[in-house]
Design a protein around this ligand. Structure first.
Ligand code: HEC
Ligand code: HEC
Ligand code: HEC
Ligand code: HEC
Ligand code: HEC
Length: 441
C-alpha cells in the first residue's frame, strides 16, 4: 500500500496541473529518485534568496537533525521500544531523511545527504501541501513548484511559484509544533496553546511574532516585497559548533525582555517579629502560547530569590544552582545524594511527563503531563515566607529577584551523554529586580 502511494501521486502529477502530492511513505528505489528531486538542498536556493538562506542556516530548523541531543534521545527511544519508534522522530526533524530512506531503522548512521541534512529545510515548508496538527507534514508537492505568500511572484527559470494563503496563517507551523506521540497523546502543544488563546482572533499568527518583515527584494533582482525573517528564534541555541549562535543569543534576549510583566509585591518596611510574606505576580504578556512551550519537559523558567542582610550575608535563598549547575530539585545529584537540602521554595515553570502514573525521562512515551507553564495572558505567583528566625539577623534586608530561563537542565545533558555541552548552555535573564526592606521591631 505504501509503495503504491508515490506512483499514484506521480501519475496524478502527469495528468493534472493542480497540486499533486503524496502522503509520507517509506521509499522504494523509484520513490527515492522522486524525493531527491523534490527535496532540493537549501544551498541551491542561496544564489537567488541569499537573505532567506543566511537566516535559515542559523535557525534551529537548520539544526534540527544536527543536534546531538536529538540523536541521543532518538536512540534511547529506539532502545526503549525495541525499534518500534521507527521513523517517528526523524520524520519531523528531517522529513527528507525518512522519505529518502536514509535512516531505515529510525537512527541516523553516518553522513546524511545534502537533501536531508538541513533538517527542516526550505522545501520542507515550501512544498508541503498538508499539515495535520501534531503529525508532522503529511503531503508534499512533487512538481517542484514553491508555495509562498507572494500573490504575484515574478517568474524565474529555476522553479514555478504559487501563492498559498496558508503561508500567512499559523497552519503552516501546526504539523510539527504540536507533537502527538505514537500512543496518540499530545505531548507538545504550542499550536494548540496559541489556538486556544486570543491571538488568533487578533490575527497574531506565529509569523507575526517569529517572522518579522522588512521591505526589500525577496529574490535577487526581484521587486521590493515584504520579506520575512527566517531565523525564527525561540529559546534554544546550538550547543555544538554551529553557525549563528552569537547572532541568536541577543535576538532571544530581546524577545524575552518583553515576554513577561512582573509585579514585585515587596514591602518597604516590615516588622521583624512576624514572618514576612512576599509574593511576585508573573504575567505572560507577549508570548503567543505558554511560556515555556513545546518541549516543556526540558525547559526551565524559574525564580531566583535571594535575601541578604546589611552585611551581605545570605539569609534566605531559592532558585540557586548546585555545583553541577542544576536546580536543587529532581535531577540534582547533590540533592539525591543528600549533600544539599532540596529547594522546597523553588518556583519552576516546566512540564513533567508521566507514564502509568510514574514520572519518566523519555517524555515521548507519556500518557499524562503535569503542565506547570504560564498560558498566554495568565498570571502565576511566586510566594515566599521569610521566617522570623531569618529576620532576627538583620536590620535591613536586600531582596534580589531574577527570573531565569534555559533550554535544558544540565542533568538532562549529562544523562544523554552530553555533559560537555553544559558550559555552552546560556541562561537568559528575563526579568530582574532589587529592593531594600527596612525591618522594624
Ligand atoms: C534562479 C533564481 C532562483 C532560485 C535558484 C530559487 N528561487 Fe525562489 N524565487 C525566485 C524569484 C525570482 C522569485 C519571485 C520573487 C518575487 O516575485 O518577488 C522566487 C519566489 C520564491 C518563493 C515565493 C513564492 C510565492 O508565490 O510566494 C518561494 C517560497 C521560493 N522562491 C522558494 C525557493 C526555494 C525553496 C528555492 C530553493 C529550493 C528557490 N526558491 C530557488 C528565484 C529563485
Ligand atoms: C504574540 C507573539 C507570539 C506568537 C503569536 C507566537 N509566538 Fe512563539 N514565542 C514568542 C516568544 C516571545 C517566545 C520566547 C519565549 C518562550 O520561549 O516561550 C516564543 C517561543 C517559541 C518557541 C520556543 C518555546 C519553548 O519554550 O521552547 C516555539 C517553538 C515557538 N515560539 C513557536 C511558535 C509557534 C509555532 C507559533 C504559532 C502557533 C507561535 N510561536 C506564536 C512569541 C510568540
Ligand atoms: C519553517 C518553515 C519555513 C522554512 C524552513 C523556510 N520558509 Fe520561507 N517562508 C515560510 C513562511 C511561513 C513564509 C511566509 C511568511 C508570511 O508571509 O507571513 C515564507 C516566505 C518565503 C518567501 C517569500 C518572501 C518572504 O520573505 O515573505 C521566500 C522567497 C522564502 N520563504 C524562501 C525560503 C528559503 C529560500 C528557505 C530556505 C533557505 C526558506 N524559505 C525556509 C516558511 C518557511
Ligand atoms: C517540518 C516540521 C516543522 C515545521 C513545519 C515548522 N517547524 Fe519550527 N521547529 C521544528 C523542529 C524540529 C524544531 C526544533 C529543532 C531543534 O532545536 O532541534 C523547530 C524549532 C522552532 C523554533 C525554535 C524553538 C526553540 O526552542 O528555540 C521556532 C521559534 C519555530 N520552530 C517556529 C516555527 C514557525 C513559526 C513555523 C511556521 C512558519 C515552524 N516553526 C514550522 C519543526 C518544524
Ligand atoms: C511532530 C513533529 C515532531 C516529532 C515527531 C518529534 N519532534 Fe522533536 N521537536 C519538534 C519541535 C517542533 C521542536 C521544538 C519545540 C520547542 O522548542 O519547544 C522539537 C524539539 C526537540 C528537541 C529540543 C531541541 C532543543 O535544543 O531545544 C529535541 C532534543 C527533540 N525535539 C528530539 C526529538 C526526539 C528524540 C523525537 C522522537 C522521540 C522527536 N523529537 C519527535 C518536533 C517534533
Amino acid at each position: 500500500m505504501r509503495i503504491a502511494a508515490v506512483p499514484i501521486a506521480f501519475a496524478f502529477l502527469l495528468l493534472s496541473c493542480r497540486e499533486p502530492s503524496s502522503p509520507v511513505s517509506t521509499p522504494t528505489v523509484d520513490s527515492a529518485a522522486i524525493w531527491r528531486q523534490v527535496f532540493i538542498p537549501p544551498e541551491r536556493c542561496q544564489p537567488c534568496h541569499p537573505d532567506h538562506y543566511r537566516e535559515w542556516s542559523i535557525s534551529m530548523h537548520a539544526y534540527s537533525v544536527v543536534d546531538p541531543m536529538f540523536h541521543a534521545m532518538n536512540e534511547q527511544g529506539q532502545q526503549l521500544t525495541g525499534g518500534r519508534l521507527g521513523q517517528f522522530c526523524i520524520a519531523c526533524h528531517s522529513p527528507a531523511a525518512t522519505l529518502l530512506g536514509e535512516a531505515p531503522t529510525g537512527i541516523v548512521r553516518g553522513e546524511l545527504s545534502p537533501h536531508s541534512r538541513g533538517g527542516v529545510t526550505c522545501v520542507t515548508c515550501h512544498v508541503a501541501t498538508e499539515q495535520v496538527p501534531g503529525h508532522g507534514i503529511q503531503r508534499f508537492r512533487l512538481d517542484g513548484v514553491m508555495s509562498g505568500s507572494i500573490i504575484d511572484p515574478v517568474p524565474n527559470d529555476f522553479h514555478g511559484s504559487v501563492y498559498d494563503p496558508r503561508f500567512e496563517q499559523s497552519d503552516v507551523c501546526a504539523g510539527c509544533h504540536d507533537v502527538v506521540n505514537p500512543r496518540g497523546f499530545r505531548v507538545e502543544q504550542t499550536f494548540t496553546e496559541w489556538k486556544n488563546s486570543t491571538y488568533p482572533v487578533r490575527n497574531l499568527t506565529c509569523q507575526a511574532c517569529h517572522m518579522k518583515w522588512t521591505y526589500e527584494p525577496a529574490a535577487a533582482g526581484g521587486p521590493i516585497r515584504k520579506r520575512h525573517s527566517h531565523i525564527m528564534e525561540g529559546i534554544s541555541v546550538a550547543l555544538t559548533d554551529f553557525p549563528g549562535r552569537d547572532t541568536l543569543i541577543p535576538l532571544i534576549q530581546h524577545a524575552l525582555n518583553y515576554a513577561l510583566n512582573v509585579q514585585w509585591n515587596i514591602p518597604q518596611t516590615a516588622p521583624r517579629s512576624q514572618p514576612l510574606p512576599i509574593s511576585i505576580m508573573i504575567f505572560n504578556q507577549t508570548v503567543g502560547h505558554s511560556i515555556p512551550s513545546g518541549t516543556i519537559f526540558e525547559r526551565q523558567l524559574w525564580v531566583e530569590f535571594i535575601a541578604t542582610n546589611e552585611r551581605g550575608d545570605t539569609l534566605y535563598a531559592s532558585g540557586l544552582l548546585d555545583p553541577n549547575g542544576d536546580l536543587r530539585t529532581t535531577g540534582s545529584e547533590y540533592v539525591e545524594r543528600g549533600l544539599l537540602p532540596p529547594d522546597t521554595a523553588l518556583v519552576l515553570f516546566n512540564g513533567i511527563a508521566y507514564r502509568l502514573g510514574r514520572p519518566i525521562d523519555f517524555f515521548f512515551d507519556a500518557d499524562a503531563v503535569v503542565n506547570r507553564t504560564i498560558p498566554p495572558h495568565e498570571a502565576r505567583y511566586a510566594r515566599y515566607v521569610l521566617p522570623t528566625s531569618v529576620l532576627q539577623n538583620a536590620s535591613q534586608l536586600e531582596v534580589s529577584v531574577r527570573i531565569l530561563f534555559r533550554q535544558f537542565p544540565p542533568f538532562v545533558l549529562r544523562r544523554f551523554g552530553h555533559g560537555s555541552l553544559v558550559e555552552r548552555l546560556p541562561i537568559f535573564t528575563v526579568e530582574s529586580y532589587r529592593q531594600q526592606i527596612q525591618l522594624t521591631p
